[in-house]
Design a protein around this ligand. Structure first.
Ligand SMILES: *[C@@H]1O[C@H](CO)[C@@H](O)[C@H](O)[C@H]1NC(C)=O
Ligand SMILES: *[C@@H]1O[C@H](CO)[C@@H](O)[C@H](O)[C@H]1NC(C)=O
Ligand SMILES: *[C@@H]1O[C@H](CO)[C@@H](O)[C@H](O)[C@H]1NC(C)=O
Length: 284
């Protein structure tokens, strides 16, 4: 109980963004516009529904793009038989050359009824990803809305679920680890068919007799990071000390991490583990 209290308190201190009731003011369709709809609930909060059927899926993006911000959105995933479907929330720049592409991904891989979703995460910097980590969620993400967040400042990226940190990627540019600092990123969401790989390695295909599939988004909010100027050296701003509950992070990873590229020695046998996977030596 005590740990939960601390986590809530820290989250509240980091950001208390006002909920944006009218999502359609802040996002726009990206593709499959005829499969996107908005519904306003009795509470006045608007929900965006993405649809996937045999014809195609759909996707939206935020109208605003930000360089360093915390992005929060509530999401309720495809219910029942979601095998083969992928629902996403990710940060991405506008069209840039591939070598300039940064991306911060949360992808929810569906499953057959009664079997759990997998949350697949990745971070691309300057066109290069290969930083996959996967998680088993500790609740049924299709039963209700949960808040998924990316908190990105010049010092680190934190991914959170309902305020609990699950993944941190630090800015260690000083030892040659790439970190996204240059591009303005939008938040995108999408629902699409990926039955060639998503569920149990592609063995389970989408059951189209269950279509259409729906995923729901609401309460999108962005809290831009308060830099005094875009060129402010991040190390001067004290961002590294902001808002990470290290104990909650350790606990979440101990209990829910399924895969971490940093532990995949086989995969990096040739070139060795990426630099960010090798702990810094403790300075004395
Ligand atoms: C999921 O299954 C339950 C129980 O069969 C049903 O009531 C519900 O409508 C289904 N949900 C969707 C989105 O198909
Ligand atoms: C689906 O369920 C199976 C069986 O529980 C599990 O092995 C798998 O990791 C789950 N997720 C995906 C995306 O296949
Ligand atoms: C697909 O869904 C239908 C309707 O619920 C069901 O009868 C059928 O067994 C499912 N197919 C597979 C391969 O699970």
């Amino acid at each position: 109980m005590a740990a939960v209290g601390v986590a809530l308190l820290l989250t509240a201190m980091v950001a208390a963004p006002a909920a944006v009731a009218l999502l359609h003011d802040d996002v726009e369709p990206m593709w499959g516009a005829d499969h996107i709809s908005f519904h306003t609930g009795r509470d006045g909060v608007e929900t965006l529904a993405l649809r996937l059927d045999r014809d195609h899926g759909s996707g939206f993006r935020s109208k605003g793009a930000y360089r360093f911000a915390r992005y929060d959105i509530d999401l309720k995933l495809v219910a029942n038989d979601s095998a083969g479907t992928v629902t996403t929330v990710y940060l991405t720049p506008d069209l840039v050359p591939p070598e300039d592409h940064d991306e911060i991904d949360l992808e929810f891989l569906g499953n057959v009824t009664g079997e759990p979703y997998t949350l697949h995460t990745n971070i691309f910097v300057n066109g290069v990803g290969n930083r996959e980590q996967q998680f088993r969620l500790w609740f049924d993400p299709a039963e209700d809305f949960h808040t998924y967040s990316v908190d990105w400042n010049p010092k680190r990226i934190i991914m959170l679920i309902d305020g609990t940190p699950i993944r941190v990627f630090k800015n260690e540019a000083s030892r040659g680890v790439p970190f996204p600092t240059l591009r303005y990123l939008r938040l995108d969401g999408s629902l699409w068919n990926a039955d060639d790989w998503a569920t149990q390695g592609g063995r389970v295909k989408t059951n189209w007799t269950q279509a259409p599939f729906h995923a729901y988004y609401r309460n999108f909010r962005v809290t831009p990071c308060a830099l005094s100027s875009p060129d402010e050296p991040p190390e001067s701003a004290g961002f590294d000390k902001q808002g990470l509950d290290a104990a909650a992070l350790r606990k979440a990873r101990a209990e829910h991490l399924l895969y971490d590229y940093c532990e995949d020695q086989n995969r990096f046998k040739g070139e060795g583990l990426p630099k960010e996977c090798i702990p810094l030596e403790i300075e004395v």
